[in-house]
Design a protein around this ligand. Structure first.
Ligand code: OAD
Length: 234
């Protein structure tokens, strides 16, 4: 453990798969059932807000009852026991990292359990369905309430902080992500440029596999706790 002082962890849908949430690009995943351009772009929301809200209302219902799995718990344990700096950046919009106890967490693609007003930018925790006639409690306008999730064509959140953490990390761990979506898919290159050790923990080799110095393939609930134990005991 003494070898590392600053860790950045990037997580994706594969981390939450064993909690019962669908991934995007696996066989039968979310993007096999829905077209991105129909449900996950600002243009889709402008064209057909009901369908977009319905898609995320379904996902919000799914995210409400789920529990963190052994991999989320191991990552929270790593954060608690690691004496240096640790930043967790997730592409996931579910609340499972925080439910497991992770504190220094960046939801770069937003959070399904929050609503965002497209008119005034107000955000608030949101557990129920969002409807098209929902009035924003901050600006009193209707028609603008949407999930606080980042759509294709929008800028992910807190990128400056993320790049700063990548630029000073000495260990970068990518977990449960296929490496298809930028900017997250480019984080490994940033970490390499900072001379960090880079590790992929995923069910199968990702698109970015050639960029990683080390890779361990298997289910998150098996490989992540084992890797965390290895780090904490080294
Ligand atoms: P993907 O569905 O693209 O990739 C999930 C990865 O997890 C795949 O490489 C799987 O092999 C792996 N996987 C599946 N089950 C696993 C398990 N039990 N243990 C470990 N790995 C497992 O999901 P992401 O890479 O997260 O963005 O997708 C990135 C972004 O694309 C998402 O945040 C979302 C999506 O479009 C937006 O909606 C903006």
């Amino acid at each position: 453990m003494a070898t590392y002082k600053r860790i950045v962890i990037l997580t994706g849908a594969g981390l939450s798969a064993e909690s019962g949430l669908s991934t995007f690009r696996d066989k039968g995943g979310i993007w096999a059932k829905h077209r991105i351009e129909d449900v996950a772009t600002p243009a889709a929301f402008a064209r057909d807000p009901e369908s977009v809200l319905e898609f995320y209302n379904t996902r919000r219902k799914g995210a409400r009852g789920v529990k963190p799995n052994a991999a989320h718990e191991a990552l929270a344990r790593l954060e608690a026991d690691f004496p240096g700096d640790l930043t967790t950046v997730t592409q996931n919009i579910d609340p499972l990292h925080e439910k497991a106890g992770t504190k220094n967490l960046i939801h770069m693609h937003g959070e399904i359990l929050k609503a965002l007003c497209a008119h005034c930018g107000a955000k608030k925790p949101w557990e129920e369905d969002i409807t098209i006639d929902q009035v924003c409690g901050a600006c009193n306008k209707d028609g603008g309430m949407r999930p606080d999730v980042v759509w294709f064509g929008e800028m992910p959140y807190r990128m400056e902080e993320i790049y700063a953490a990548l630029g000073r990390c000495d260990l970068f761990i990518s977990i449960g992500t296929s490496g298809n979506v930028y900017p997250a898919a480019g984080f490994v290159a940033e970490a390499r440029a900072a001379h960090a050790h880079t590790v992929e923990l995923n069910l199968e080799p990702s698109e970015g596999i050639s960029m990683f110095a080390e890779a361990i393939h298997g289910k998150a609930t098996q490989v992540v706790p084992a890797y965390v134990d290895r780090l904490l005991n080294s």
